[in-house]
Design a protein around this ligand. Sequence first.
Ligand SMILES: Cc1cc2nc3c(=O)[nH]c(=O)nc-3n(C[C@H](O)[C@H](O)[C@H](O)COP(=O)(O)OP(=O)(O)OC[C@H]3O[C@@H](n4cnc5c(N)ncnc54)[C@H](O)[C@@H]3O)c2cc1C
Length: 328
Amino acid sequence: MVIVGAGFAGLAACEAVESSPVDVCVVERHNFNTFQPLLYQMATAGLNPGDIAHPALAAAAVVAGGGPTGVELAGTLAERRRMELETLYRDLDPDAASVVLVERRERLLLGFDERLLAYARSVLEARGVRVRLGETVAEVTPMSVRLASGEVVHASAVVWAAGVGEGELTSAVERPKTHGRLDVGPDLRLVGEDRVFAAGDMAAATAATAAAPATAAANGRGVTLPQLAQPAIQEGRHVGRQIAAMLSGLPTSSFVYKDKGIMATIGRRAAVAELPRGIRLRGTLAWIAWLGLHLVLLLGVRNRAAVLLNWAWRYVSWRRVPKVIAGA
Ligand SMILES: Cc1cc2nc3c(=O)[nH]c(=O)nc-3n(C[C@H](O)[C@H](O)[C@H](O)COP(=O)(O)OP(=O)(O)OC[C@H]3O[C@@H](n4cnc5c(N)ncnc54)[C@H](O)[C@@H]3O)c2cc1C
């Protein structure tokens, strides 16, 4: 069994065939797994790069886009502006630095309940983020962003949080695709292939409407699961189990997605979570749930301990890890 990519999907597939009589070869261009949901904390000096990377083969502002990544990033940048500019960079006028969050829809956090959205927006604005809904980024230049309306927003840093494009590996595979993702059959085999499966971000896996998360997008073949960690993990696990079944001479089965909910943090003691059975959390409780879940999902005991320690230290001291500006 050859697995290309040691991301969430690849590692889940690997684990699922652990007890099967199969030789597994994982091909990964890096020698580590990156825990992408916490990338933005590394980018904002909240965590060290090593805290969210795990050796792959051992185990496995300004802001464009108002989804979970954009909201999390904007909230963190605003928090840093508020808490750190005045103490660390006293020569700078804190009011001269601002964070603008641009979203082309009329709402943030697509898929979340309206009440949670209102809460998220009010927390962002209270922390100094200018939220611009219904605006599309038309052009990014080195020092500004031009909106489709013609307005120019001056920005010395632009963060793209409006989704990922088609990956190079996906581009190289000449097979039917939906929005840049490979079409797969119900058991996640590539359409027209007997022995090749696709899982995670690169696969346009569909789910029954009732089981799909609120962020899933409908298309002609059903509801395509979003590019998130849970679909990748569950799809990867399913692929591993299908290969184990095939080795035992059993037929493959259809993938069934189990919705475990969605959550996004906005900053210190502020988050929103939409869980199964209509459970909605916001504020400190949602924030603790977000922290706990990310700790559990992070690979490696050392990483978990280091992240927990960093978070705890930051929480009590308001300090972040040393900031190194490289390549200036
Ligand atoms: C900034 C950011 C924040 C996110 N936040 C969240 C969040 O809060 N919650 C959430 O649920 N999801 C979040 N996501 C999405 C989530 O990380 C992805 O859905 C998930 O990583 C998909 O898993 P995957 O295994 O399909 O792909 P990946 O995790 O991207 O793994 C693919 C692997 O394949 C390797 N690879 C690629 N091409 C090749 C090649 N040609 N040869 C060999 N190896 C190759 C890559 O190096 C990579 O390690 C976030 C994503 C980003 C970018």
